[in-house]
Design a protein around this ligand. Sequence first.
Ligand SMILES: [Zn+2]
Length: 292
Amino acid sequence: MSVLGVDVGGTFLRMGLYGGDAVERPVKRLSAEVFGGEEGAAEGLARALRDYLAGERVEAVGVGVPGTLSRDGATVLNVPNIPALNGLPLRAALEAALGVPVFVENDITMLLTGDALRLGLTEGVVYGFYLGTGLGGAVLVDGELLRGRSGLCEPGHMPVYGLDRPCGCGKRGCAQAYVAGKALQELRDARWPELPIEKVFTAMSEGELADYVEILANVLVSAVQILDPEAVVMGGGVCAMEGFPREALLRRARELCMAPVPAGTLRLLYPPQDPFSGVYGAAVFAGRALKR
Ligand SMILES: [Zn+2]
């Protein structure tokens, strides 16, 4: 029997079945359609999953959501893009509706679970560094999620010394206000409004790129020095954009690391870009959680 993987995004909800190989029957729906109905967000999601399964039985369901959950994964605390989910006991609601075990986690955790497996990183410490609209993270230890007191891993809100640009979280000088997609979009809008966002790195001057690399490398190395990871998984749409300074970032990060290790052992790995990575990861996560 297979596991149903679900990736809840601000714009799209993606689903698929996973039986130990690739994602089968991938489907994409508009999130607004699923969560915006009068029945409520949890029942809307339950209905979408029931419709998708159409009576087919699965062992478990894994759901990645773009926000924070209670440490036990039972309650959704804050999903900025889909506030209708906030405060809901989503896991219990879905288990009651579907009659199988459901595992809900942050979407970056799900992505890293899948990406690490695809990259062959099944042991040791793996640090996920995901540069999308914001900068998210997660840490796996021998394939298991490292859970802090509040279940948080938010490298995007690491303060960067000497900088004070406002961040969406209400603080100033957070890393993601400089290095993530939203900041790049603002730069593009101000300087090259006609340029497709995917090309913003190709338009930046050498000095601008060097500043970008400097902030990114500092944030990255702050965690590398603590975690000493087997590898850093560099995910998210920004890392896949044309001209993303991969070599310069690795070079600068190695310079900032202590030598001979972790400078000499630092690996930055870029997983293949696949819109159903989150579905795959959610299914792998749920399959593992079921075995425990
Ligand atoms: Zn912040």
